[in-house]
Design a binder for this molecule. Structure first.
Ligand code: FAD
Length: 434
């Protein structure tokens, strides 16, 4: 007789501490086998030196080493299609149940439905939990039960509901002794999954009391580099959102807290409206006649538009996998409005390059920038790429850092005249929306 066990499936929650699904699995009667699947459906689309894959692999190695050294246990790593991996696991082990945390992206929802149905056919339950956000799905909805499509009332109800919460903790780290004792489970190197180590690094986040207190005053100035860099950590779950929200509240800084709520706002939008992955939320905007000039797109990607703040942002992204939020808004507006290139092209480029890429936040923000999303910027708000410098990089420190050649003769002339582009954009948008 094989010993019955519980499987815990790690995905976007790569930590042993304060992990809801892991905690619930460990509380049960059976020993827990932790697994991670390098999903070939996702990995096959990525470049071989993808920094996010290096980060995931390194994080798993660190977790593995903690499990081996401190808990005489281990995690099993697999590479392939999740359904195929589960077929093998069901043949190998006597599985009582499988635990995991919710994932709200359209692909993940379909994948999980398929896995749940296969497990169900084998009399195994897939038990899933909310961990990635404080509020999900229909937790925060309007009085009539429909989702909020405007941020401010959503944010107000989010805060009001939060105040009534009994903020439970999920100390998975205290019961890791309930993991299976086996330090010899399948391991995988980066090359086993077809990748090489990236030269870009995902750095630790920084959420100190002073960062939160100064956030409002400094967050708009890219040269100050004063934001938390939480993005990839929230994306891959190397930090618990509950811990970060508690810190934000302790410092009584509403603005930082509200940024975290934007993340949850967009997460619930994508969950309620999965088609917005590809389609504009405001359908009329899909009538816009984008110019989609490939050479201009290339110049934008490479940071060679001749507008120094736009180019600085794109070069920062290309070199580091990060771009400051203020500059993301400008480069996004520039692509959609000055160049009339479809927001989906920009979204795709960010998806490839951003270390903190998250479909809900990326699609939500791109649609905001293009004017076609929920609670979006009005279409006639067109950032002026030159006056933005006066406002946010007056001393040119950010520009000098990323575009040292901006005063040289070799630096490109502006790809398009601002005034002309602005008029063209207004005409094109008006024609589509009337
Ligand atoms: P901080 O300023 O320290 O904020 C803390 C956290 O709050 C962030 O890590 C993030 O989780 C959340 N947050 C802050 N601003 C936003 C926002 N506008 N929308 C949603 N969440 C927010 N953020 C992503 O996490 N992934 C993306 O793929 C992404 N794509 C974007 C695309 C465009 C065109 C724009 C304009 C913004 C995008 N953002 C995205 C939002 C924002 O730019 C980043 O979250 C932020 O710059 C990350 O840096 P940080 O972690 O230092 O953020």
């Amino acid at each position: 007789m094989k010993q019955p066990l519980t499987i815990y499936w790690f995905r976007r929650d790569l930590r042993l501490i304060d992990n809801v699904g892991l905690y619930e699995a460990l509380k049960g009667d059976n020993p827990v086998l932790p697994i991670f699947i390098f999903d070939s459906e996702i990995l096959d689309k990525l470049p071989e030196d993808d920094a996010r894959v290096t980060f995931i692999h390194q994080t798993l190695q660190n977790m593995q080493s903690t499990l081996q050294k401190k808990h005489h246990s281990s995690m099993a790593l697999f590479h392939g299609k999740p359904l195929d991996i589960f077929k093998n696991l069901v043949d190998t082990y006597d599985i009582g149940s499988v635990y995991t945390n919710h994932d709200y992206e359209p692909y993940a929802k379909t994948r999980d439905e398929k896995v749940a149905s296969f497990l169900n056919d084998n009399h195994i339950e897939l038990k899933t939990f909310k961990d990635q956000v404080v509020f999900e799905k229909d937790d925060i909805v309007k009085g009539d039960g429909t989702p909020y499509m405007v941020y401010t009332p959503y944010m107000k109800l989010w805060k009001a509901t939060f105040r009534t919460l009994d903020f439970k903790s999920f100390p998975s780290e205290l019961i890791l002794k309930n993991l299976i004792s086996n330090t010899d489970l399948p391991h995988l190197s980066l090359s086993d999954i077809g990748f090489i180590k990236s030269h870009q690094e995902i750095k630790p986040y920084l959420v100190t009391p002073s960062l939160i207190q100064n956030y409002e005053a400094t967050r708009n100035f890219p040269s100050q580099d004063s934001t938390s860099k939480l993005g990839p950590h929230l994306r891959f779950g190397t930090v618990s959102i509950r811990k970060i929200v508690k810190k934000a509240i302790a410092e009584k800084n509403d603005i930082f807290w509200q940024e975290l709520i934007w993340r949850e706002f967009f997460t619930q939008i994508l969950w309620h409206f999965p088609h917005t992955q590809n389609d504009s939320f405001k359908t009329k905007y899909d009538r816009i006649e984008w110019r989609n000039n490939e050479n201009e797109y290339k110049a934008w990607c490479e940071g060679k538009t001749g507008y120094p703040l736009v180019d600085a942002g794109m070069r920062q992204l290309n070199e580091t996998g990060f771009m400051h939020n203020r500059v993301r808004m400008l480069v996004g507006s520039f692509l959609c409005k000055h160049l009339l290139i479809d927001w989906r092209w920009g979204e795709a480029y960010f998806a490839e390059k951003l270390h903190d890429y998250d479909m809900a936040s990326n699609v939500g923000n791109w649609q905001w920038v293009a004017g076609c999303g929920v609670d979006a910027a009005p279409y006639f708000r067109i950032f002026n790429p030159t006056t933005q410098i006066q406002k946010f990089d007056k001393d040119l420190n950010y520009i000098k850092q990323w575009v040292p050649d901006f005063q040289e003769l070799t630096y490109p002339l502006p790809i398009v005249d601002h005034k002309f582009a602005r008029e063209r954009c207004l005409e094109t948008y008006k024609a589509a929306l009337n």
